[in-house]
Design a protein around this ligand. Structure first.
Ligand code: CNA
Length: 288
């Protein structure tokens, strides 16, 4: 880890120590889960988009296109089998998030991830906004009927045993395809995402309630999520923990931005150490 990143991580921790009542809003993406063995989308060579190229998709994002899914559901089944919750453990960074909750410093986590690892780390649902939904529930893309998690999971299990199986999960009312409630391109984000962000933005206008906003492991390329760091009021400190400088941190950097250009787990270790949470972090790692 480069010296300036270590210094930046220490600076962030110092800010948190000097303002013990200040809470944190995290905006996170696939990068916080790569160390768990879940590939992100866009990292060269290892990212899912790179690996999906073997499926002859017209373009990589087609796997999340509702019209394409209706015509060819199979690529999404392949992607779902790579990401499906249950087979992965939270990373050190997820466990640091849990410590922010335990130490009463967590205001919110907005996650683009669909792996539910924030929940598995033990973070309470009231703090988590799953901006792009999750696999927890399904619906028919035709008549919108709701189905439980298992309905899609059963078909996914069959697909994993025999990828040539042509039976996809279908609605028992209209025979439409059943899809998990994860947000595809062109679909609306959950209402809660917008209403909660509006109320979190309000907390930024008062000095006493102003949080710090920390963006972690996202390429900031998927909208409207990518707009959140831009929305953050100028008086509010923003930090970025990532392998690369992205989005508004690159296009419109602010003097007060704290840039920690490194792996999220390495940053987690330094922040935990500086805040005196290393023992708690190690205990959580042992528990998981
Ligand atoms: P992305 O576009 O793949 O970007 C990931 C970013 O994280 C890149 O900038 C990487 O350089 C960076 N990065 C990768 N590993 C690390 C690391 N260890 N530490 C720090 N930074 C790292 O992913 P986004 O989240 O920005 O894109 C949004 C998509 C990805 C959402 O719609 C998700 O549903 C989707 N996605 C989710 C998962 C998951 O649930 N784990 C996995 C893959 C994709």
């Amino acid at each position: 880890m480069k010296n300036n990143s270590i210094e930046a991580a220490k600076k962030l921790a110092k800010l948190l120590q000097e303002n013990p009542k200040q809470k944190v809003i995290f905006l996170v993406g696939a990068g916080i889960s790569t160390s768990c063995g879940i590939p992100d989308f866009r990292s060269p060579e290892t990212g899912l988009y790179h690996n999906l190229s073997k499926l002859n998709l017209p373009y990589a994002e087609a796997v999340f296109d509702i019209d394409f899914f209706e015509e060819k559901p199979r690529p999404f089944y392949l992607l779902a089998s790579e990401l499906y919750p249950g087979k992965f453990k939270p990373s050190r960074f997820h466990l640091l998030l849990k410590l922010f909750q335990d130490n009463k410093r967590l205001q919110r986590i907005y996650t683009q991830n669909i792996d539910t690892l924030e929940r598995q780390a033990g973070i309470s649902q009231e703090y988590i906004i799953e901006a792009h939904g999750s696999f927890a529930e399904n619906h028919c893309i035709n008549c919108k009927k709701i189905f439980k998690m298992d309905v899609f999971k059963e078909h996914l299990n069959k697909y994993q045993k025999d990828p040539s199986d042509k039976n996809f999960a279908r609605c028992n009312s209209c025979n439409g395809l059943i899809k998990p409630n994860i947000v595809f391109f062109g679909e609306d984000l959950p209402k809660k995402f917008f209403t909660t962000w509006d109320s979190d933005l309000e907390t930024m206008s008062e000095k006493e309630t102003r949080p710090i906003v920390i963006v972690v492991g996202t390429s900031l390329t998927v909208y409207p999520f990518a707009n959140l760091p831009t929305d953050v009021q100028k008086d509010t400190t923003r930090a970025l923990i990532s392998r690369e400088i992205v989005g508004d941190f690159k296009v419109s950097p602010r003097k007060t931005d704290i840039i920690i250009e490194t792996n999220s787990d390495d940053a987690a270790d330094i922040i935990a150490r500086e805040l005196g949470w290393s023992k708690q972090l190690n205990n959580l790692i042992k528990e998981h």
